[in-house]
Design a protein around this ligand. Structure first.
Ligand code: ADP
Ligand code: MG
Length: 357
């Protein structure tokens, strides 16, 4: 016997899907262990839904394999894959009430009535819709409909649940509430969740690991903190929140930034010549006048100060036309710098990276 393969593990092996001559998913490989919350994150059109559709069985890849629980599922139709699904356009059935909607995955396969009743009650309790059994879609808010779809996806206790932008239509508060709910249910049932979103904050808060997609390929894959703090390229850096990407040059052993300043950086060492120096706005401190607070420092002049309540975001002109964004916490005794003020920007070498230009 070979090594045991967990039923909830999922893999894509060099999967490609073309429409016409264009590969909208181009040689994607992924290995997702059972119980992981895995997110595909990327801009619109980057191939997230197509990738998820190949996992679901709605789309058959032109090349490569889809493997679930160690079994080749590449050509198995959706109903043979035993997955739960919440797709943006996979709405709840208008002619069925809430209980019938949630029961659907069980009734289609002829589950015994007592089991159906018990499972539906359990799933509705998990999404906090007990008491809504007899309602129809038109009698529910958008958030409640989304929760019905979620209950339907988990009612059969699938090992793997696929979700494509399930919270896309909800307002911010409800979205946050549902994020917490989904995580809680996932933990309780030990499900593998493969989640698609274009919302970077949602991806960062919910995921064990994130794959950032760019034009049909995985640009980077790792835990939230790693992809946020150690982007491999400027696309990932700019897609995940705000990033300063300053023109820099490697000159032998030293890196020179705006105004020729010598800057120390951590890993990320593209070949010599033109490069981009990456540092997040919240890692840059701003001090009045000439102050050498941290090893890397640049003199600058405040262009804008935007008061955002808990933080103040500064745009600082720092030589050679470079604008550096810095977020300063509006903590106790915080000094507000004004447009026109001379300041010194500084950051730690380990908070910056040199990326290919
Ligand atoms: P995402 O979910 O990241 O927004 P999609 O996977 O939906 O991206 O689409 C990726 C690319 O593939 C887009 O350019 C889209 O227009 C194209 N595409 C998706 N489905 C089809 C299809 N059935 N026929 C032709 N092109 C498609
Ligand atoms: Mg999509």
């Amino acid at each position: 016997m070979g090594p045991a393969v967990s039923a909830g593990s999922v893999a894509l092996e060099a999967v490609t899907k073309r429409y016409g001559s264009e590969a909208v998913v181009a040689g994607v490989s992924l290995a997702i262990p059972e119980g992981e919350f895995f997110t595909l994150l990327g801009p619109s059109g980057s191939g997230k839904t197509t990738t998820l559709s190949m996992l679901a069985g709605f789309v058959v890849p032109d090349e490569g394999r889809v493997v679930m629980g160690g079994r080749d599922m590449t050509r198995v139709p959706p109903r043979g894959r035993g997955l739960g699904m919440v797709f943006q356009n996979y709405a709840i059935f208008p002619h069925l009430n809430v209980a019938e909607n949630v029961a659907f995955p069980l009734t289609v396969r002829g589950a015994p009535k007592p089991e159906v009743t018990a499972r539906v009650a359990e799933a509705l309790a998990m999404v906090k819709l007990t008491g809504f059994e007899a309602r129809y879609a038109r009698q529910l808010s958008g958030g409640q409909q989304q929760r019905v779809a979620l209950a339907r996806a988990i009612v059969a206790h699938p090992k793997v649940v696929l979700m494509d932008e399930p919270l896309g239509a909800l307002d911010k508060n409800l979205r946050y509430h549902m994020q917490v709910e989904i995580k809680e249910i996932q933990r309780r049932l030990g499900m593998t969740v493969i989640y698609v979103t274009h919302d970077q904050e949602e991806a960062l808060t919910m995921s064990d690991r994130i794959a950032i997609m760019d034009r049909g390929r995985i640009a980077q894959l790792g835990p939230p903190r790693e992809v946020y703090e150690k982007p491999d390229d400027s696309f990932v850096a700019a897609f995940l929140g705000e990033a300063n990407l300053l023109r820099a040059r490697r000159d032998g052993e030293v890196v020179r930034g705006p105004g020729g300043a010598v800057l120390a950086t951590s890993a990320g060492t593209p070949p010599g010549g033109e490069a981009l120096l990456f540092v997040r706005p919240e890692k840059v401190s701003v001090a009045a006048g000439l102050a050498e607070v941290l090893p890397n420092h640049l003199p600058g002049r405040v262009l804008h100060a935007s008061f955002l309540g808990n933080i103040v975001r500064y745009a600082v002109e720092a030589g050679d036309g470079a604008t550096v964004l810095c977020d300063a916490a509006n903590g106790a005794g915080a000094v507000l710098h004004q447009p026109g003020d001379a300041v010194t920007l500084s950051w730690r070498a380990e908070d910056s990276r040199l990326l290919a230009g």
